[in-house]
Every structure is written in C-alpha cells, then in structure tokens.
Design a protein around this ligand. Structure first.
Ligand code: SF4
Length: 161
C-alpha cells in the first residue's frame, strides 16, 4: 500500500494542461446546462475509430470529466447525445427513440465525418443518412476520426468550462 501511495505521489498529474476555454457552442444552451453535461454515446454505425478517440477524450490524459462532461448509461439520464458513424438502416429507429428518450433541453453532438455527412460510407447500401438526416444536430466535430482534443473542445463548448 505504501509503495502504491509513493508511486502516486511520484507520478503526479498525467493529464494534459488545460487549453484555453473554447467559445460556447450556444450560450443559451450552455447556460441551461449549468456547467455540466451528461452524455449518452450512440454508435449509429461507426467503424469504431471514433469510439477509440472518445475513449481517449474521457481517459486520464485528456480527461473530459474535469470540464464537467460525464458519460451516462441511459438516455433518460442524459443532457446530450454524442452520435458516431453514419446512421445505418438498422440503427435509424434506435437513434430516433434514443433521441426521444432524452429530456429537454437536449443537445446532439455529431462526432466524426461519418456522423456529419456519411464520410467514407456515403451512398453505401446500408446507410440511411448522416445524423442530421435523422435527428437535429447542434454541434459537429470534424475529422476521421476527430482528435480527442476536438471532442473535448466540443464538450467544453457545452459546459462553458
Ligand atoms: S469518421 Fe472515420 S473513424 Fe469515425 S466512424 Fe467514420 S470512418 Fe470511422
């Protein structure tokens, strides 16, 4: 136990230094969220690349939680949906229902180029459309996949921290 405590003290902080606060995505919504956002992630058909970056964004190095963003297991506990991938036909209804389950005021963040405009999967037979074709999108995060810094910046734009 002592060794472990010594190691923790010696290691110190591993998180990246906090960059400057980004501009709020929407000042009204940011005010309504009150400095924290509970996020439900929905993989609507991603290749999993975006999920790896989201995991990094919430990991110890980028540490999105220090800015008030937290992942939750149910859309009923969420303020925001973070959607990845193009929306496949099999996920279209599930995404609509998940969106309906999130209480107002709610925010949708489309993470990655596939979520924004179907990306490399555009016109694939199993794709129903981009996230914005199925539910209203408030914030987009560019990239294939987006870097964790960009995901954290988008979440900070919601929490205002
Ligand atoms: S944006 Fe790139 S990494 Fe993300 S789901 Fe699409 S292909 Fe995969």
């Amino acid at each position: 136990m002592k060794d472990l405590l010594r190691k923790i003290l010696k290691t110190g902080r591993v998180a990246e230094d906090a960059p400057d606060r980004p501009e709020a995505a929407s000042p009204d919504r940011t005010r309504a969220l009150g400095g924290s956002v509970q996020v439900r992630h929905v993989d609507a058909g991603s290749c999993n690349g975006c999920e790896v970056e989201i995991a990094s964004a919430f990991g110890p190095v980028y540490d999105a939680e220090r800015y008030g963003a937290r992942q939750v297991a149910s859309p009923r506990h969420a303020d925001a949906l973070m959607v990845t991938g193009p929306v496949t036909r099999n996920m279209e209804m599930a995404l609509r229902r998940t969106y309906e389950a999130v209480p107002e005021p709610k925010v949708v963040v489309a993470v990655g180029d596939c979520a924004r405009n179907c990306g490399v999967f555009a016109e694939a037979y199993g794709v129903a459309g981009a996230v914005g074709d199925v539910v209203p999108v408030d914030v987009e995060v560019r990239g294939c996949p987006p870097e964790p810094e960009a995901i954290v910046a988008a979440l900070r734009g919601l929490t205002g921290r």
